[in-house]
Design a protein around this ligand. Sequence first.
Ligand code: 0A1
Ligand code: ZN
Length: 873
Amino acid sequence: MRTETPPTIHLADYRPSDHLIDRVDLDIRLDPHASRVTALLALRPNPQGKVGAPLVLDGDELKLVSLAMDGEVLLENAYTASPSGLTIHRPPQRPFTLAIETEIDPTANTKLMGLYRSSGVYCTQCEADGFRRITYFLDRPDILSIYTTRIEASREEAPVLLGNGNPVGSGDVPGTDRHYAIWQDPHPKPAYLFAIVGGRLGSVTGRFTTSEGREVALGVYVEPGKEARADYALDAVIRSMKWDEEGFGRAYDLDVFNVVAVSDFNMGAMENKGLNIFNDKYVLASPETATDADYANIEAIIAHEYFHNWSGNRVTCRDWFQLCLKEGLTVFRDQEFSSDMRSRAVHRISEVRTLRARQFPEDAGPLAHPVRPKQYAEINNFYTATVYEKGAEIVRMLKTLIGEDAFRKGMDRYFADNDGTAATVEDFLAAFATETGRDLSHFAQWYERPGTPRIAVTGTYDAAAKTYRLDFRQTRPGAGADAPPLVIPVALGLVGEDGPLAARSERVQDGVFVLDKAEDSVTFESVASRPVPSLFRDFSAPVRVEINQSDAERLTLLRHDTDAFNRWESAQRVALRIIIAAARGGSETLDGAEGFADALAAFLDQEAVNDPAFAALMLALPSEGEVASEIGANIDPDAIFAARRRLREAIALRLRDPLIVLRERLAEPAGAPFSPDAASAGRRAFRNAALDLIAVADPDRGTVLAREQIAASGTMTDRLAGLATLSQIPGDAREAELAAFAERYAGEPLILDKWLAIQAAIPEDGTIARIRQLQQHPAFSITNPNRVRSLVGVFSLSNPTQFNRADGAGYALVAETVLALDKRNPQVAARLLTAFGSWRQMEPRRRAAAEETLRGIVAVGGLSRDVADIAGR
Ligand code: 0A1
Ligand code: ZN
């Protein structure tokens, strides 16, 4: 039984390092089992550190081969070395060098941190603390150094050798079958941005001339033979470079920019300086193999990693508590990019759905933490929806509060003032405070406290005075009475029976009221008739709104609001109300379903053809997870599932005929070339949402249509949508199509991931047995993170009735996988375990089953710090 709890690191304990490393010269000789790394470090005491302090370098599973200071071999009593660290007891009080030689086995590295091999390709992952698995180092983000890297490998095994920065030399190693390449990065960087790649790779290349006149050579490297699937990623790189120049004035700063796709990767991708390394699912795409969602994800993640070149790399983080400084800001930037490339309203809705599906539950459970955490046991467990997604919402609110021009000026100042340094959230806010002359210390509270704020709103109309008053009250679950209120931008307007109302209030500027007290109110003058308020337009703050609004009022917003987000939101609210009432009541009736379905029919009639992407979102009911998160306590996933299904049936029966017509009308003309653009993708999204509902109304017809679509369609989006629709209809047709799909794509792991995911999400009792069988299928492998996430991850996150089975079998399945994986790859195991984050909100029987499972995990000996941390919390 494990006894020790992992040590906790506190933000309040931050101290500058006692030593600095100005230059790092690396010589890396790649070998499958015994790679040799010589690191020549140019060190000096930090004027801000403690005089005479020992030099304590981090290490992780390292083997020291040799050690020399200023060219002399160090005496053994001058240092202590272990796999997890190297201490020089009395380092010189002047600049000096250390030459450290280590040996590592990249093939045995199953954690995929540090130097490892993915399908034979050598690659590295150093964020957050992987560099210490390559050499002993001050592995913290406030140590910025200039790196030169020589990489040597067998020419046969690794004809391509890539590093950070610019290539400055290459050649053969005389008398051997080996060759080398030298890369020099002129920009100081923390160790977490270091990377190399060596392997047999194909590539597509391009060029970009920056606004500053720099000629940049671009390369996207992939498994040989898959080059044609790299074109879209290359195009996204070029669009990202241009957009960052136009939108943020940020030009690229090296002569080369490379992207490499690898098939074994713990996360989405990594922004290493000049050498972004990607999970291949976010690079590879072709019309035959990729869905519209794949194209959108590739575009967004290429942009995200590229944008880090300024928000993260040129200006980096002082410590890992500041992670949101680069991540929240960069997510905001990639969201803006995608909104400019696609439909802004549709994109905003998908951002909010992600936030509600992932961040709101996180913020309401035991894994809740502030956007800037105050403590951690394992930093790799803090790459969370809160840091990324809520972090992005804070930047968005800042922009809403100060306005577009001031925001851009503040960003320019932030980059100028902090370029080449490791910054803090305070530095970020200071740039905007200086630029606008505003005090942002109150706004800074958003970074400090966990929990989703609740805003209670009441509206009062005075018919005689023609005024309308809105009273706001903010509370934060779990926050003490002394917690200061937050600064909350409320974008709002009024809507009447026949359309938007022009209404004035001195508290509202540019459509925004700023709520910065616990309670406050706004009064509108000259309001001719009782209005319906449209609140938090475009989701202007990450809060939950509590307002007593009737279905009829909400449907008025659906019809007439000028804000697309709130049109969608009001329909979602009506659906949520109906589902929750039905889940609670357990009744057979669905009060209000008819009126809702009629409103949707009228909406489709007017808008489906003009904006099919938006119409597709209108047809998607809130997920079971969103309903659960809205209910908040004593959750019975079966009751939610049944209620939601009944509403879907009611809507499907009402809309079936118009959907059949619209589905045909929006079909691509036969022989039209494939395009992944937003307009074509929107038409496909609508047609597939329609197919799904038609199948709910009439499973036989749905089966025929889905099979036709699988057979005839030229796009992966449509084939998979057909399969997904069929997956909800038990029977031989489903099993036959699933089997045929697996056979057709036997050599395509990324496509079979989707096949695994579809089956993992089937809301039926047989799914656990199916998953256990699939774990034995050649398409599955516990060693590959994408496979694990597609099967077990999707099961835990997207199959609420089966994961939360009352008999605990779903919890047991996930726990088994977590434990099996923990020995190989603790990071991925810990992420899988976060699916238990909402266990306390379950009804008593499931809560007990989940608790028992979690206690069982905690009781296992030798858990990784990653898994112990999550299970413990
Ligand atoms: N900075 C990356 C995320 C990332 C974090 C840790 C990793 O280690 C396995 C990998 C990637 C991003 O925001 O894209
Ligand atoms: Zn990032």
